[in-house]
Design a protein around this ligand. Structure first.
Ligand SMILES: Cc1cc2nc3c(=O)[nH]c(=O)nc-3n(C[C@H](O)[C@H](O)[C@H](O)COP(=O)(O)OP(=O)(O)OC[C@H]3O[C@@H](n4cnc5c(N)ncnc54)[C@H](O)[C@@H]3O)c2cc1C
Length: 447
């Protein structure tokens, strides 16, 4: 009888871990508390239309996520732009494009940033100083996590307007905090890996269908085809260590014995579920905190945005995506406005958000002034990511615990990436490899 790995949590990290183990021949059971897979990425139907809980974007450099999408057979449900091209709209001041040229990095951005009309000539010239500074940073230097990206930028001559009109455009959606609060370590990682090393790294991708179809439905199909016993709607209440070192997973409907466990639940739950012997200092990751993301789903009676997506500056509209096809809307346009670092919006009533943002969208897209709003829905994810502020790095554990057969996975663990789908899949792959090594099904993995 092959040895059993139990994976707790069916988000992207848990699905990746389960596939890694099953593909190597382990007997795998995946327990997920909800009645679907996909964790923090999901979809729901309202008034006959489909909505994602929040717009999800990945970049060409997200190699683990893209390989995962291929593995679950969902690559036909994902679009990737041929070349980075982002229209950035400042109401009343037109559109500036962030585009890449066919030059080696970092020169691929030089022309577009040199002509970036939302900054003055002096501000544009100062960008070079910060970009060169970023290229020189060593991402392995732990002291980067002791300061905010905003302080670091200001010390390199970046103005308030540069922070708002350029740096935050990238930092907010990737680190889920503005530069003024984000850890330098994570923001620097985003710029170095996403923008400055390879000219195609920042090309943007997103699902053309719903997240539910791409991640949950395809994920379930792939896991079952790989022989994983997927149990949905089954919450784990505790993981215990048996006297012989085997693990016992307590769940509704009876316990499960496991030779190895990958615990891929969010950090507060992981801290609660892990046996004390796994990490006597689990409080450090239980306290990683949370930052919300709010999405506004606006249905217009006609097309108002002439781009697949756009970013805004000088407006609270951060990023907007055309979701008409994914929503299943046959007439008009469905927009998703994504608000990251959304502490200021998470508790605001829907009607107030509607008033504020329908007016803002009319400033951003002139065609929206004539259009009728047919529907307005809000999704609030209060714990979208952990708080990726200075000091968070030291709180993120690696996949190994003090127990030889219990491993941690999740976007919140120490992946070197911000809390993203890429980080989740990387962590799952890694924890899966450790579990296989613990069972003697593969060679030991480095820490
Ligand atoms: C609105 C929003 C927008 C985002 N935008 C982006 C984006 O554009 N790009 C990007 O890369 N990332 C984005 N993210 C982040 C990304 O979604 C997450 O980092 C990633 O999906 C986390 O995956 P995970 O597997 O680590 O955790 P989760 O998805 O949280 O999965 C953990 C799973 O564990 C389960 N679980 C918990 N407790 C138990 C238990 N006791 N027993 C059994 N199961 C349990 C949960 O139900 C859940 O399914 C966004 C997140 C949100 C919320």
């Amino acid at each position: 009888m092959s040895r059993r790995v139990v994976v707790v949590g069916g988000g992207l990290a848990g699905c990746a871990a389960a596939l890694t183990c099953a593909d190597a021949g382990a007997r795998v059971t995946l327990l997920e508390a909800r009645r679907r897979l996909g964790g923090a990425t999901y979809s729901f139907q309202r008034d006959g239309l489909w909505f994602d809980n929040g717009q999800h974007v990945h970049l060409r450099c997200c190699t683990a996520y893209r390989a995962f999408i291929d593995r679950i057979g969902a690559s036909g449900m994902v679009a990737m732009q041929r070349r980075l091209e982002i229209p950035v709209i400042r109401p009343g001041h037109g559109v500036a494009w962030i585009k890449r040229a066919n030059l080696p990095a970092p020169l691929h951005l030089a022309r577009s940033l040199g002509a970036y009309r939302h900054l003055s000539l002096v501000e544009r010239m100062q960008l070079g100083r910060a970009l060169v500074g970023l290229m020189r940073l060593d991402l392995g230097d732990a002291s980067l996590d002791a300061q905010t990206f905003g302080d670091w930028l200001r010390a390199r001559g970046q103005s308030d307007r540069s922070l708002e009109a350029l740096w935050d455009l990238i930092v907010l959606p990737t680190v889920n905090l503005p530069s003024a609060e984000a850890s330098l370590s994570l923001a620097a990682m985003v710029f170095k890996v996403g923008l400055l090393r390879d000219r195609s790294a920042a090309d943007m991708g997103y699902t053309t269908t719903t997240l539910g179809r791409a991640h949950s439905d395809q994920g379930l199909r792939a896991l079952r085809a790989a022989g994983v016993d997927v149990q949905l709607g089954v919450a784990v209440s505790r993981i215990e260590v048996e006297p012989g070192g085997e693990l016992r997973v307590r769940r509704q409907g009876g316990d499960l014995a496991a030779d190895a466990v990958v615990l891929a639940a969010p950090h507060p739950q992981a801290a609660r579920l892990a046996p004390a012997a796994a990490d006597p200092d689990a409080a450090r990751f239980a306290d990683l905190g949370a930052v919300p993301i709010v999405n506004l789903h606006v249905i217009y009676d006609r097309p108002v945005m002439p781009y697949p997506f756009a970013a805004g500056v000088g407006t609270p509209v951060q990023w907007v995506f055309d979701r008409t096809e994914a929503a299943g809307l046959s007439e008009g346009q469905a927009l998703a406005v994504s608000l990251s670092g959304a502490v200021a919006y998470a508790q605001v009533p829907t009607e107030d958000l509607r008033q504020q943002f329908v007016a803002e969208l009319a400033r951003v897209f002139p065609r929206a002034r004539e259009a009728q709003v047919r529907g307005f829905y809000v999704t609030r994810e209060h714990q979208a990511t952990f708080r990726q502020a200075p000091g968070s790095q030291a709180r993120r554990p690696g996949p190994r615990t003090a127990l030889p057969n219990l491993f941690l996975a999740g976007a919140w663990t120490d992946t070197g990436w911000p809390a993203t789908m890429e980080g989740a899949v990387r962590s799952g792959n890694r924890a899966g490899e450790h579990a296989l090594a613990a069972l003697g099904l593969s060679t030991p993995v480095e820490a």
